[in-house]
Design a binder for this molecule. Structure first.
Ligand SMILES: Cc1cc2nc3c(=O)[nH]c(=O)nc-3n(C[C@H](O)[C@H](O)[C@H](O)COP(=O)(O)O)c2cc1C
Length: 340
């Protein structure tokens, strides 16, 4: 029996026989903290925007084991990640922490979930949510039980991939807990490490991610859509398929300063210049919002005014909707351009 398990069993026995000690610890429960209403929770830790938008890794971790697995999943998929944290941090004193965790589990069994400070408004952008936690007294760590309890409605119909770490206990009780809490979610096969298998993390995470059908999101090399971001505003553009556009797309992502030209266009000169081999030159009626290459100067131009047609222009695409407004400003514009 491992040292840890032994000390846990000892502490379990100690705290059962010394009920008055754990009774002294007063912790807010989820109901007390939020009045049972999620909207009351002002400390709203949202996942960062960005990542690839398909996967979210949620994890709770006290001593870092589950966090390491979570980070490996995150870096393997290049996706969003968010730690689920208690409102009041766990005690650094190990015994006090064990007592509190045990007390929280007992409270959960009475329907009182301990308070957490993490919440997510919507999972709409995610196809799959990874949920990672340590095993505490055979159960899912209490902050994650609270999280699933509070978010079950929003997780309806979502795929949940559970992963856990423990000293030696199995994952099955916590899987049943998650399935009960999120009865209308879809559960994938799980991943579990004990202290004797955690060293296999690299290979087993890779194998598991492949088994459950995830893959690192790559920019779609066939996509003819680009995203242009100026400050905190973005627009999309639909590109025209020709060899010059394909060369342009192969240079993305790119953050550049586009300079103003003649109060009608923003321009940027590529070096080396974009290829025109195989592309038919000439654009007779450029429109506001068009993205063109002007061949003699080798510059890409975004027209925010209507300009004259020219036999040396090549149309690369057009900014969707009223997105051209981002460029209809005086002076230079810093823009990030990426493929969608
Ligand atoms: C409060 C508490 C209870 C625990 N209960 C168990 C248990 O029942 N079975 C077990 O194998 N490990 C147990 N452990 C050990 C943890 O599950 C294990 O160390 C885990 O990897 C910790 O993950 P973390 O580093 O992400 O916090 C417990 C640890 C703590 C702090």
């Amino acid at each position: 029996m491992s040292k840890l398990l032994l000390s846990l069993l000892m502490l379990l026995t100690m705290s059962i026989s010394a009920c008055s000690k754990s009774d002294d610890i007063e912790l807010p429960t989820d109901n007390e903290q939020t009045g049972g209403n999620e909207d009351d929770n002002e400390d709203n830790d949202q996942p960062p925007l960005g990542g690839n938008g398909r996967y979210l890794v949620l994890y709770a971790s006290r001593s870092g084991n589950t966090e390491s697995v979570a980070q490996l999943i995150q870096s393997s998929l290049d996706c969003d990640i968010l730690e689920v944290e208690p409102t009041i941090a766990y005690e650094s004193d190990y015994n006090a922490m064990l007592t509190r965790a045990q007390r929280e589990q007992q409270e959960i069994e009475q329907g009182n979930y301990p308070s957490i400070k993490t919440s997510v408004d919507s999972f709409d952008n995610y196809d799959m949510i990874f949920v990672g936690y340590p095993i505490w007294y055979g159960h899912m760590a209490t902050p994650m039980q609270t999280f699933l309890h509070r978010h079950a409605e929003k997780l309806k119909g979502k795929s949940i991939a559970l992963f856990a770490t423990s000293g030696s206990s199995g994952i099955s009780t916590s899987v049943s807990e998650a399935q009960r809490l999120c009865a209308e979610s879809i559960f994938t096969p799980t991943l579990h490490f004990t202290s004797s298998t955690i060293s296999q993390m690299q290979s087993r995470v890779a194998e598991w991610l492949s088994t459950i059908g995830t893959e690192k999101e790559q920019p779609n090399s066939n996509s003819m859509k680009i995203k242009l971001t100026v400050g905190d505003r973005s627009a999309t553009a639909t590109m025209v398929d020709n060899p010059t556009t394909r060369d342009f797309l192969s240079r993305l992502p790119l953050t550049i300063t586009m300079t103003d030209y003649a109060n009608a266009e923003k321009i940027y000169t590529f070096s080396p210049t974009l290829t025109t081999q195989g592309t038919t030159l000439g654009h007779s009626n450029p429109q506001r919002g068009d993205i063109d290459l002007y061949v003699p100067w080798g510059n890409v131009a975004i027209f925010y005014k209507v300009v004259n047609g020219n036999s040396q222009l090549v149309n690369l695409g057009h900014i969707d909707g009223d997105g051209i407004d981002l460029f209809d400003v005086s002076g230079n514009v810093n823009v990030t351009i990426e493929q969608q």
